[in-house]
Design a protein around this ligand. Structure first.
Ligand SMILES: *[C@@H]1O[C@H](CO)[C@@H](O)[C@H](O)[C@H]1NC(C)=O
Ligand SMILES: *[C@@H]1O[C@H](CO)[C@@H](O)[C@H](O)[C@H]1NC(C)=O
Ligand SMILES: *[C@@H]1O[C@H](CO)[C@@H](O)[C@H](O)[C@H]1NC(C)=O
Ligand SMILES: *[C@@H]1O[C@H](CO)[C@@H](O)[C@H](O)[C@H]1NC(C)=O
Ligand SMILES: *[C@@H]1O[C@H](CO)[C@@H](O)[C@H](O)[C@H]1NC(C)=O
Ligand SMILES: *[C@@H]1O[C@H](CO)[C@@H](O)[C@H](O)[C@H]1NC(C)=O
Ligand SMILES: *[C@@H]1O[C@H](CO)[C@@H](O)[C@H](O)[C@H]1NC(C)=O
Ligand SMILES: *[C@@H]1O[C@H](CO)[C@@H](O)[C@H](O)[C@H]1NC(C)=O
Ligand SMILES: *[C@@H]1O[C@H](CO)[C@@H](O)[C@H](O)[C@H]1NC(C)=O
Ligand SMILES: *[C@@H]1O[C@H](CO)[C@@H](O)[C@H](O)[C@H]1NC(C)=O
Length: 819
C-alpha cells in the first residue's frame, strides 16, 4: 500500500518536474484545448496559483439559478475579488454552460443547448493549428498556438479587453494600427458586472492624457505626461510608463517588488478610481489611494484661469494677475465662469506683452494645445509670443533640464495646485506682471536706482535751464487712435461709408459730446459710431478718456468699444451696436414699456448694479461714471443692460475715494446733491444716480420733468412720500400689470431709497446694493432723499455761481466753476 502510493507520488513528482508545468499540490490546470472545454464548476488556475478562472455568480446567495459569469479572480483571497469578466452583458442563467475553443479557433461561451452566449474577437485572421487557452500568472487570459515556437504571440488576450480592474502589466491606451482602444469601465453595481457609465481611458491628441468620464462628461484629467508621470498625480511605488510609437500609445505600470499584490479598480458607487494593496497577514485589501483625491480634482471646478486650492475655503481663487469674471457669481461660489485678466496684454506690444511664471500648478487642459518635442524653452516662448492666440507655454518633458515645448491657445482650464512639485507654467500677461528672478532683481534694482538718480540730477538741471528759456504753452495734443490705447483703429473712410457719411437718417441719438450713428461695416457687422463734436471744448480730453477707459474695461454689463478712428480734427468712437437702443426708449415710451415685464426690469437693475460694481471696485482702476442715466443704459438683443458713455468718467487710484472738481458734468435729475452743488464726487454720487435710475425703472417715470400735480414733487419726492405713507406699491408702473412679486419690488424700492439718501455716507456702496438686492435680509431704514425740491430751484442755485453749458433737455450738462 505504502509502496504503491510512494511510486505514484514519485511518478507525479517526476512528471511535473520534467514538464516543468504545475506546482505539485495543484491538480488544476492553467490551459484548455479544443477537445477539453471548461465546464461550470471547474476552474483554471494560473501556474503560480495567484489567479483562478471559472464561472461565478456575483450575488452572495447560494442559489445557482442566478446569473452566471465567466471571470478571473484571485485564488487565495477569501473574499472573491473578480478582476475580469468575459460575458459582462450576457449572463448565463443556469450552471450548465461551458467555455471552449470552437472549431474556428475562437473563444466562446455556449449555454446548455449550445447557443452562443459570448465570443471573443480574435484579430488574427490566421487560424491556429493547435489553439490553446492559458491563464497566465499576471491574470491575463491568452489564446495562442501551442505549436508556435514563440509562446509570447497571442491571438487574443483578455488584457486587451479590460473590465474595471487595472492590473500590473495591463495597458490603457491605443493600438493605432488596429484602432483598439483599451479602457476601463466600471461595473454598474457590486452585483452587476455590465458596463456602467464610469470610464477611464486615454485621449489621443498632441499630448497624451488619461481622462475619467462620468457618462459623457469629463470628470477627471491626469494632466499631460511630463516624462516621469502624469502631471497632476504621483505614485512612487509603481513604475509608471507611457509608451508611445507609431503603432501604439499606452500607459502601463509594473511592480518592482513581486511580493506586493495591487490592483486599481473603478468604483462606480463612489465614482472613484481606487488602488488597493493586499495586506498579506489577513489577506484583506487595504485602500492605498483614490482619485479624485479632493474637490480640486473635479474637472475645471474653478473655471478658466481659476486656481483650485484644496485646503482653502472657498477653494477657488483667481491666479495672480486675474480677477473673477463675475464677482457676484464667484462670491456665490459659482466659479464656472472663472477669471479674466486684470489687465489685458497686447499682442506684440513690447511693454504690454510678456509672461509670468507659475510654479507648482497642474498643467491646464491640453485640448487646445500644440506640442513640439525638440524646441527649447526659449524657442517655445518665442513661438508663443508670435501667435496672438497663444496664452501659455511650458516644457513638455521635465527630465534633466527640461525639453520640448507645449503651447496653449485660448483660456486655460482645469488648473489646480499640483500635489507634487509641479512644473513651471508661463502664462501670458502684461509685461509688468512678469515674475522676475530674485537674483536679477537684486542686481538690477540698485543699478537702475543709481542710474535714475544720475539721470534725474541731469534732467533737473536741464529742466531748470529750459524753464527759464521758455514758458511752455500747454496745449492739448491732437492725439489719434494709433497711440497705444490697445484699440483697433478703423479707417475713417470705412466709418464714413458705413454711416453713409453720418447721414441724419442713420442718427441714433445724442451721446455725451456728440451724436451717435448707426452703421454697417462691409463685413456686415453693425456698429454704433459716436462722432465727437468739434465744437465742444472738452471733446479731445473726453475722447481720450473714453478710449483709454474702454480699452481697459471689459465686462458684460459695459458696452464694448470696437475701436476708434480719427482724421484731421474728426474723432469717432466705434461701439458694438445695440439693436434695442437705450433703456429710456423703452421705459418712458408707453407703447413699449409693456415689453419690459418685471423679470426683465429686475435683470436690468441687477445688470446695471453689476456693471457699476465693476467700475467702482473690481477693475484695477477705480472709476466713477458720473453720468448714470436711463439713456446711457443700452440694451442688447436679449434686453441685457450695458452701461455706456464713459466720456465723463473719472479714474481714481484705488485708495482715493472722493474728489473735488472744478467741472461739474452730469445730468440733472440724476446728479447727487453734493456733486451738483459742491462739485464733490465719489462712488456714492454714482450710487445716487443708480438709485434714481432704479426708481425710474420701477415707476416707468422720469425723475426729472415729471412733477406730480398734487404735491409738485419730483419722482424722488413722490416715492419718499409714498414710502412714508406706507403705500410704496403705488409707485409701481401700471405697465407692469401683475407680472411682479411684491416682495422683490418692495425690496427694490427700499434699496432705491437707500441709494438716494441726502448724505453720501448714508448710501450703501454697490457691493452692498447687490447683496441687498439678492438676499432676504432686513434692510436699514432709509432717510430722506436728497433733492426733494423741484428742478428750477437747483438750476437757479447752480447758475448763479457757475457758467453753464448745455443744450436741450436730456443732454449731459457741463458746469464750469469760475476760475
Ligand atoms: C487536450 O488536452 C488533453 C489533456 O491535457 C489531452 O489529453 C488532449 O490530447 C489534448 N487535445 C488536443 C487536441 O491537443
Ligand atoms: C451579501 O448579501 C447581503 C444581503 O443579501 C448584502 O447585505 C451583503 O452586502 C452582500 N455581501 C457582499 C459582499 O456583497
Ligand atoms: C437555448 O436556451 C435559451 C435559454 O437558456 C433560449 O433562450 C433559447 O431559445 C434556446 N435555444 C434553443 C435553440 O433551444
Ligand atoms: C467584436 O467585434 C465586433 C465588430 O468589430 C464588435 O461589435 C463587438 O462588440 C466585439 N465584441 C467584443 C466582445 O469585443
Ligand atoms: C496637433 O498639432 C498640430 C500642429 O502641430 C495641429 O495641426 C493639430 O490640430 C493638433 N492636433 C490636436 C488633436 O490638437
Ligand atoms: C518586498 O516587500 C516585502 C514586504 O512588503 C519586503 O519584506 C521585501 O523586503 C521587499 N523586497 C524588496 C526587494 O524590496
Ligand atoms: C467602492 O468604494 C466604497 C467606498 O470606498 C467601498 O465601500 C466599496 O466596497 C467599493 N466597492 C468596490 C466594488 O470596491
Ligand atoms: C488586517 O490587518 C491590518 C493590519 O495588519 C488591519 O489594519 C486590518 O484591520 C485587518 N483587517 C481585518 C479585516 O482584520
Ligand atoms: C526631434 O529630434 C529627434 C532626435 O533628436 C529627431 O529624430 C526628430 O526628427 C526631431 N523632430 C523634429 C520635428 O525636428
Ligand atoms: C496661432 O495658433 C492658432 C491655433 O493653433 C492657429 O489657428 C493660427 O493659425 C496660429 N496663428 C499663427 C499666426 O501662427
Amino acid at each position: 500500500m505504502c509502496n504503491k502510493a510512494m511510486t505514484s507520488f514519485t511518478f507525479l513528482f517526476l512528471f511535473s518536474y520534467l514538464l516543468n508545468l504545475l506546482p505539485i499540490i495543484s491538480s488544476a490546470t492553467d490551459t484548455i484545448n479544443v477537445s477539453q472545454p471548461l465546464l461550470d464548476g471547474s476552474t483554471l488556475v494560473s501556474k503560480d496559483g495567484t489567479f483562478e478562472m471559472g464561472f461565478f455568480s456575483p450575488k452572495n446567495s447560494t442559489q445557482t439559478t442566478t446569473n452566471r459569469y465567466l471571470g478571473i479572480w484571485y485564488r487565495s483571497i477569501p473574499v472573491r475579488t473578480v478582476v475580469w469578466v468575459a460575458n459582462r452583458e450576457n449572463p448565463v442563467k443556469d450552471s450548465s454552460s461551458k467555455f471552449s475553443i470552437n472549431t474556428d479557433g475562437k473563444l466562446v461561451i455556449l449555454s446548455s443547448n449550445n447557443t452562443l452566449v459570448w465570443s471573443a474577437n480574435s484579430t488574427e485572421e490566421t487560424k491556429a493549428q493547435s489553439p490553446i487557452v492559458q491563464l497566465l500568472d499576471s491574470g491575463n487570459l491568452v489564446l495562442r498556438d501551442e505549436k508556435d515556437s514563440n509562446p509570447q504571440i497571442y491571438l487574443w488576450q483578455s488584457f486587451d479587453y479590460p473590465c474595471d480592474t487595472f492590473l500590473p502589466g495591463m495597458k490603457i491606451g491605443w493600438n493605432l494600427k488596429t484602432g483598439l482602444n483599451r479602457r476601463l469601465t466600471a461595473w454598474k453595481n457590486w452585483d452587476d458586472p455590465s458596463p456602467g457609465d464610469f470610464i477611464w481611458g486615454m485621449v489621443l491628441g498632441n499630448t497624451t492624457e488619461l481622462v475619467m468620464w462620468k457618462g459623457t462628461s469629463e470628470y477627471y484629467r491626469s494632466g499631460p505626461w511630463n516624462g516621469v508621470r502624469f502631471n497632476g498625480k504621483t505614485t512612487p511605488l509603481f513604475n509608471l510608463e507611457l509608451y508611445s510609437s507609431v503603432d501604439e500609445v499606452y500607459y502601463t505600470y509594473n511592480i518592482g517588488n513581486k511580493s506586493l499584490i495591487t490592483r486599481v479598480v473603478l468604483n462606480q458607487s463612489v465614482y472613484s478610481r481606487q488602488r488597493y494593496n493586499l495586506n498579506v497577514e489577513n489577506q484583506t485589501w487595504k485602500l492605498y489611494s483614490s482619485v479624485p483625491r479632493d474637490i480640486c480634482d473635479t474637472y475645471n471646478l474653478c473655471g478658466p484661469y481659476g486656481n483650485c486650492l484644496a485646503n482653502e475655503s472657498p477653494p477657488c481663487q483667481c491666479l495672480t494677475g486675474f480677477k473673477p469674471k463675475s464677482v457676484q457669481n464667484y462670491e456665490a461660489l459659482d466659479w464656472i465662469q472663472g477669471c479674466v485678466l486684470s489687465e489685458a496684454w497686447s499682442c506684440g506690444v513690447k511693454s504690454k506683452d510678456g509672461f509670468k511664471k507659475f510654479s507648482g500648478l497642474k498643467m491646464p487642459d491640453t485640448t487646445s494645445s500644440w506640442v513640439d518635442q525638440n524646441l527649447t524653452l526659449e524657442d517655445c516662448k518665442e513661438k508663443c509670443l508670435l501667435n496672438c492666440s497663444c496664452t501659455a507655454y511650458a516644457n513638455l518633458d521635465v527630465r534633466g533640464d527640461g525639453k520640448g515645448c507645449i503651447i496653449w491657445h485660448g483660456a486655460l482650464l482645469d488648473l489646480r495646485v499640483a500635489s507634487v512639485p509641479g512644473q513651471d507654467l508661463f502664462i501670458r500677461m502684461v509685461a509688468s506682471e512678469n515674475g522676475w528672478d530674485k537674483k536679477i532683481v537684486a542686481v538690477v534694482i540698485p543699478v537702475t536706482l543709481l542710474a535714475f538718480v544720475i539721470v534725474f540730477i541731469f534732467s533737473y538741471v536741464y529742466w531748470r535751464k529750459r524753464k527759464l528759456r521758455e514758458k511752455t504753452s500747454e496745449e492739448n495734443k491732437d492725439e489719434g487712435c494709433e497711440e497705444d490705447f490697445e484699440l483697433s483703429s478703423f479707417d475713417f473712410s470705412t466709418i464714413v461709408r458705413a454711416t453713409n457719411n453720418f447721414s441724419s437718417d442713420k442718427r441714433l441719438g445724442q451721446g455725451g459730446f456728440g451724436p451717435v450713428y448707426w452703421g454697417t461695416l462691409e463685413d456686415g457687422q453693425e456698429i454704433a459710431a459716436k462722432k465727437l463734436c468739434n465744437s465742444t471744448g472738452q471733446g479731445v480730453k473726453e475722447f481720450k478718456n473714453e478710449v483709454i477707459l474702454c480699452a481697459k474695461l471689459q465686462h458684460r454689463n459695459l458696452v464694448k468699444v470696437l475701436g476708434c478712428s480719427t482724421q484731421g480734427g474728426e474723432k469717432v468712437l466705434v461701439y458694438e451696436y445695440m439693436p434695442n437702443k437705450s433703456l429710456d426708449s423703452f421705459l418712458f415710451d408707453s407703447s413699449k414699456s409693456g415689453l419690459l415685464d418685471w423679470s426683465k426690469r429686475f435683470n436690468i437693475i441687477f445688470g446695471i448694479a453689476r456693471g457699476l460694481l465693476y467700475l467702482h471696485q473690481d477693475s484695477r482702476l477705480r472709476i466713477i461714471h458720473r453720468d448714470m442715466k436711463a439713456s446711457n443704459i443700452l440694451l442688447d438683443s436679449e434686453l441685457n443692460p450695458k452701461i455706456s458713455d464713459f466720456g465723463v468718467a473719472r479714474m481714481f487710484s484705488a485708495d482715493q475715494t472722493e474728489e473735488n472738481t472744478k467741472m461739474v458734468v452730469g445730468t440733472y435729475g440724476y446728479m447727487a446733491p453734493e456733486y451738483a452743488i459742491d462739485g464733490l464726487f465719489s462712488v456714492k454720487s454714482d450710487v445716487y444716480s443708480f438709485g434714481v435710475l432704479l426708481l425710474e425703472i420701477i415707476s416707468g417715470k422720469k425723475n426729472r420733468g415729471i412733477f406730480f400735480p398734487d404735491h409738485g414733487l419730483n419722482l424722488l419726492g413722490h416715492a419718499w412720500r409714498l414710502w412714508k405713507e406706507s403705500s410704496p406699491m403705488k409707485l409701481v408702473d401700471a405697465a407692469l400689470g401683475d407680472t411682479f412679486t411684491v416682495s422683490e419690488v418692495l425690496r427694490c424700492i427700499h434699496v432705491g431709497l437707500l441709494c438716494v439718501q441726502l448724505y453720501p455716507e448714508d448710501r450703501p456702496n454697490m457691493a452692498s446694493v447687490i447683496f441687498m438686492l439678492s438676499s432676504e435680509n432686513t434692510l436699514p431704514t432709509p432717510k430722506e432723499p436728497g433733492f426733494l425740491i423741484d428742478r428750477t430751484k437747483i438750476a437757479g442755485e447752480c447758475s448763479t455761481s457757475n457758467e453753464m453749458k448745455t443744450s436741450t433737455n436730456e443732454l449731459t450738462v457741463t458746469l464750469l466753476e469760475a476760475r
